[in-house]
Design a protein around this ligand. Structure first.
Ligand code: ADP
Ligand code: ZN
Ligand code: ZN
Length: 738
């Protein structure tokens, strides 16, 4: 009797054996439903063999093997294995949780594959139909017929735009012989008459980059495409994708923000009109995600554009991987399996022996370090692609000499005024990280705290509420200080709303738009905002890091930066790197086209090396300085880190667990031949309470990746034995946040 070895999504890192009446090795990678205790679980068949160590009376039988979808390919299973070993996360949880939700259910998936990539045309018979046989009131049918007239071909997506009923009508017409239905692998070119705009002539730097990669298109290499903002990295991606398409290969493009997907997707669609492009991100519903995943797996989709989870998509003809804005922290998942999609993208390229391109204006120091060491190929684009577009001029406004009550200096106000009079746009960027208006009592120093998190509540003046930006808790403003009774409690610090109020007082005629998480949470809100900016319906934009990422605002002339100093003195060793990247990005929004850009930074430390480097647009000097500091201090990328994160309802449980883990770690390194593992004392997390849980962690690091991994494997096993149900813990390999 065949035995299935199944990976299940439970926190025990082992495979489970089940008997199957009929199965063979070609079933590896299929989903299977099995009994587990009183429950039924879905798992992935990892192996099919003929023997098991489970005694016959204990061995259970699998309930059903799903054959609705092709088995997961071997390279995807290998990716899951790697991920499980590298991040020390149970294999079944890695595998099952990376699948689209619909494939994790206990039922086979049903999907209408027949409407995918189907085009409809009028048949000979259909052309001769007398339209008057359709009642005039049936407008949908008339519109549909209209859309099919001439030689038009319509796919189901386009048909659905007319009405949701059209696909049913089309099926009916197919049955009646009016319409013909054709299956095609790629989406049809729906309008042959539209001439594509000519491709822009590449700059010398772009040509060099494209040539370098295409010359070695058939082997694994990691290319760091390091190009200043506006240098035309997207055009380089487009040419490389064209090359992949011409050799019949699929391309995986990873981007950090779901908000950037529609923009890039439309650029791709405009360039590759005959290519099936799918985008995969968390904004899709379960059906859409499954559909995209299947199109990728069946090879119907040739370009797959997605956020981090898309790295787990099966891609049978993968020929090129691109990671845009590779430095962006959102490539790292911050709960559950804490993977880095960028690092896994490199792994996939290596696995498939194909090129991977990491693009950024401000590469992560990890990638930059590898480029300097020659492990990545460094491709530079030092100039803006558009003729005569220069990088913006950056100046510091010394806040020590220009005191200001409103948070805006006279200097900056003057510059905004100038922009307004020339009908140009300005952007006020507020560094929100660790900085937001809080409620403070001047008499006793009391400030409003979240009951469940060790976090200050943020003031939202508009609706007179306090809210916790970590757990979402909201409460009303108190009328007086709950501690000393003083009624004169005031917000301290400047949030986006206060700056907006100040600006509307100063410039009553200006059209001001504030952008934050709240204002873009609605569907399509972001698209509408971008349109408004492009149509020049906005004069002054106010926003946080959301605005910093890769958007093109052609009419933007001025960027004002507020409150960035706070990050200069952070305890997080990556704060400087992040601030620099963010300011470079946001500065890069100014002066993209004909307009010369200007950036003004309000600071009390105009002489700080970070601002100095920024003013000269000198990434290299700053990066090399920070790297030298990191080397001295023994920080990544010169060491490899892992963080044991623990949380529980009571602090003593967390401490007991971490102390025991610490002792274990010492005994392991004491007995291991390799003694180059550094173990730190447990400390509380930056956010010591979150959603009512007490949190602390323990850092371990090593100069050798291999020693660290060896140690972690050992440690992890013993931690499993140590842990109780009261404690939640996880290993975070290559942590970005502490
Ligand atoms: P990046 O992603 O490097 O910041 P983009 O890809 O957004 O830069 O390109 C910036 C601008 O330059 C875009 O408007 C783009 O259309 C334009 N561009 C790119 N390549 C060229 C080229 N070779 N010639 C002219 N314009 C170009
Ligand atoms: Zn008080
Ligand atoms: Zn909270």
């Amino acid at each position: 009797m065949p035995i299935l070895r199944v990976a299940l999504s439970i926190p025990i890192d082992t495979l489970f054996d089940y008997a199957a009446t009929e199965a063979n090795r070609s079933d590896i990678g299929l989903r299977v439903c099995v009994p587990f205790g009183p429950k039924k679980l879905i798992g992935v068949i990892w192996d099919v063999c003929s023997e098991t160590e489970i005694p016959a009376d204990k061995l259970k039988s699998a309930i059903i093997i799903f054959r609705d979808i092709q088995p997961l390919p071997a390279d995807l299973l290998a990716l899951f294995s790697f991920c499980s070993k590298y991040y020390h996360h149970p294999l079944g949880m890695v595998a099952v949780n990376s699948l689209p939700a619909k494939m994790r259910g206990l039922k086979p998936v049903t999907f209408k594959s027949e409407t995918q990539n189907v085009v409809y045309t009028l048949s000979e018979y259909g052309r001769q139909i007398d339209k008057s046989v359709i009642p005039a009131r049936n407008t949908v049918m008339h519109k549909l017929l209209e859309a099919l007239s001439g030689n038009a071909r319509l796919n189901s997506q386009e048909a659905r735009k007319i009405s949701l009923r059209t696909v049913r009508i089309l099926k009916q017409w197919v049955a009646e012989g009016w319409v013909e239905e054709k299956h095609c692998k790629t989406l049809p070119d729906t309008d042959d008459s539209v001439k594509k705009p000519p491709l822009p002539e590449l700059t010398t730097e772009q040509t060099a980059a494209v040539n370098a990669v295409t010359m070695q298109f058939d082997r694994f290499n990691t290319w760091l495409l390091h190009g200043v903002t506006g240098s035309g990295k997207t055009e380089v991606y487009l040419r490389l994708i064209a090359k992949a398409l011409s050799t019949n290969k699929q391309t995986l493009v990873l981007i950090p923000e779901i908000n950037l997907t529609p923009q890039l997707e439309s650029v791709f669609r405009a360039r590759f009109t005959e290519t099936a492009i799918v985008s995969l991100h968390s904004g899709l519903n379960d059906t859409e995600r499954l559909r995209g995943w299947l199109q990728a797996q069946q090879g119907a989709a040739r370009v797959i554009l997605g956020t981090r989870l898309a790295v787990f998509t099966p891609l049978p003809d993968l020929g090129l991987v691109i990671v845009d804005e590779e430095h962006d922290g959102s490539f790292k998942q911050q709960d559950g399996l804490r993977y880095s999609a960028r690092d896994l993208a490199v792994y996939r390229a290596k696995q498939a022996q194909i090129p991977v391109v990491l693009g950024s204006a401000t590469p992560s120091l990890e990638s930059y370090h590898k480029a300097l060491a020659g492990r990545y190929h460094h491709l530079r684009l030092n100039h803006r692609a558009v003729k005569n577009a220069a990088l913006p001029r950056i100046d510091c406004i010394d806040m020590r000499s220009e005191k200001s009550k409103t948070g805006l200096t006279a200097h900056l106000i003057h510059a905004i005024n100038n922009c307004l009079s020339q009908q140009q746009q300005s952007l006020i960027f507020i560094n929100r990280r660790g900085y937001a208006p809080v409620l403070l009592c001047r008499s006793c120093g009391w400030s409003a705290l979240c009951q469940r998190c060790s976090s200050r509540l943020v003031v939202h003046l508009r609706d007179k509420k306090l809210s916790c930006h970590h757990c979402g808790h909201r409460e009303d403003f108190p009328y007086a200080c709950p501690h000393c009774g003083d009624p004169d409690i005031k917000p301290f610090g400047r949030g986006t709303q206060r700056i907006e109020d100040t600006l509307s007082e100063l410039f009553p005629a200006a059209r001001i738009l504030r952008i934050d998480r709240d204002s873009i949470s609605r569907k399509n809100a972001w698209q509408n905002i971008l349109h408004a900016i492009h149509r020049r319906e906005v004069d002054i934009l106010i926003g946080t890091q959301l605005l910093a990422k890769g958007h093109d605002f052609p009419n933007l002339a001025l960027v004002g930066i507020l409150d960035s100093d706070i990050s200069l003195f952070s305890t997080d060793f990556r704060a400087g790197e992040r601030l620099f990247a963010q300011l470079m990005q946001v500065s890069g929004r100014a002066g993209r086209a004909e307009i010369a850009g200007r950036v003004l930074i309000q600071t009390e430390y105009p002489g700080h090396p970070l601002y100095q480097a920024l003013q000269r647009h000198d990434y290299d000097v700053l990066a090399q300085n920070i790297l030298a500091e990191r080397k001295m201090a023994g920080f990544p990328p010169y060491v490899f880190q892992a963080l044991l994160r623990a949380e529980a309802h009571s602090l003593s449980i967390v401490n007991d667990f971490l102390n025991a883990a610490h002792k274990l770690a010492r005994s392991i390194t004491g007995s291991q031949k390799n003694k180059n593992i550094e173990i730190f004392d447990p400390v509380s997390a930056t956010m010591a309470r979150l959603k009512g849980m007490e949190r602390a962690h323990l850092l371990v690091q090593s100069g050798s990746r291999q020693s660290l991994q060896l140690f972690l494997a050992n440690w992890c096993q013993q931690l499993n034995a140590l842990a109780s149900h009261k404690i939640r813990w996880i290993l975070d390999v290559d942590p970005l946040e502490f």
